[in-house]
Design a protein around this ligand. Structure first.
Ligand SMILES: C[S@@+](CC[C@H](N)C(=O)[O-])C[C@H]1O[C@@H](n2cnc3c(N)ncnc32)[C@H](O)[C@@H]1O
Length: 267
């Protein structure tokens, strides 16, 4: 069993900070050790120092992506933090009443897609006849593959409202027993892309609603400020912005006004 010295851990802290803006506290040393240990074996390396050398060599971009995938925390579930979906329902209904011809929402750290498909179910329900779109982005390639497939273990369906489960999800049969597949018509409205929020953003267009939830907790104050400024530059005036319930915009941005805890609007 390889051990990870404090100095080596420091190098991995620097690596993930440079790659993703993620600040790993010293308490995460065991996690880093555990998550990367298989990569030493896969690359036939005998120490974490050698693995770090490989990552920083500039010759192993695939391995850098794998390490980023392993060092990000991707926990998510359908209809997490339900107040945000109530908000989405009410603003989507208002857009329908105003006959908005198009409507775009962005899940800016989508993980494996449950957040995006939850948004899509609400929009399909509230915006019939409108040209709506959900964009999901994340830095982790591994979670984006799962997101694009839209195929989940059935136990993850727990929080999907029954009528949505019936209308938008297919129950797996035979070999797929115990799984659910998000309906193709819904999947077609959700587009995923790999985006690092900690670098200049690609052209994504502008959005009526943006969710930036449960990712800022991994960033330090300066990274939060930069990420939030970048993300909010794509929010339309009058658009809504949701962050995780354990996150805050205090001292981070005054580009939006708070409507309720974790819910903001751009003037
Ligand atoms: C805990 S999940 C949150 C998922 C979802 N938003 C939710 O609230 O359930 C955090 C996600 O942020 C992503 N992430 C971390 N750093 C990132 C960065 N710099 N750019 C884009 N995504 C990032 C991770 O890959 C992970 O999938």
């Amino acid at each position: 069993m390889n051990t990870l010295s404090d100095a080596e851990f420091g190098r991995f802290q620097r690596f993930i900070y440079d790659a993703a803006g993620i600040t790993l506290s010293p308490a995460k040393k065991a996690l880093v050790c555990g998550r990367l240990s298989k990569r030493l074996a896969a690359n036939r390396l005998s120490s974490y120092a050698e693995y770090h050398d490989l990552l920083s060599s500039g010759h192993a971009p695939e391995e850098v992506q794998t390490a980023v995938d392993l060092l990000t925390t991707n926990e998510t579930y359908f209809f997490r933090e339900p107040k945000h979906f109530e908000l989405l329902r009410s603003v989507a209904r208002a857009a329908a009443a105003a006959r908005s011809p198009s409507y775009r929402v962005w899940s800016a750290a989508s993980s494996s897609g449950e957040e995006c498909y939850s948004m899509a179910m609400v929009l399909a329900d509230c915006l019939p006849g409108t040209n709506w779109e959900v964009v999901g982005t994340d830095i982790s390639r591994r979670v984006l593959q799962r997101a694009r497939a839209g195929h989940y273990p059935m136990e993850r369906a727990r929080n999907i409202p029954q009528p949505y489960l019936k209308r938008f999800c297919l129950r797996g049969m035979g070999e797929q027993e115990g799984t659910l597949l998000v309906e193709r018509s819904l999947r077609q409205r959700v587009n995923f892309a790999q985006v690092n929020l900690n670098t200049e953003l690609p052209q994504l267009g502008t959005f009526d609603v943006i969710f930036l939830r449960n990712v800022m907790i991994y960033f330090n104050a300066e990274t939060k400020r930069q990420v939030v400024a970048r993300v909010l530059s794509l929010l339309k005036p009058g658009g809504h912005f949701c962050i995780g319930h354990s996150e805050s915009l205090n001292d981070i941005s005054d580009a939006v006004v708070q409507l309720a805890p974790s819910i903001y609007r751009k003037p």
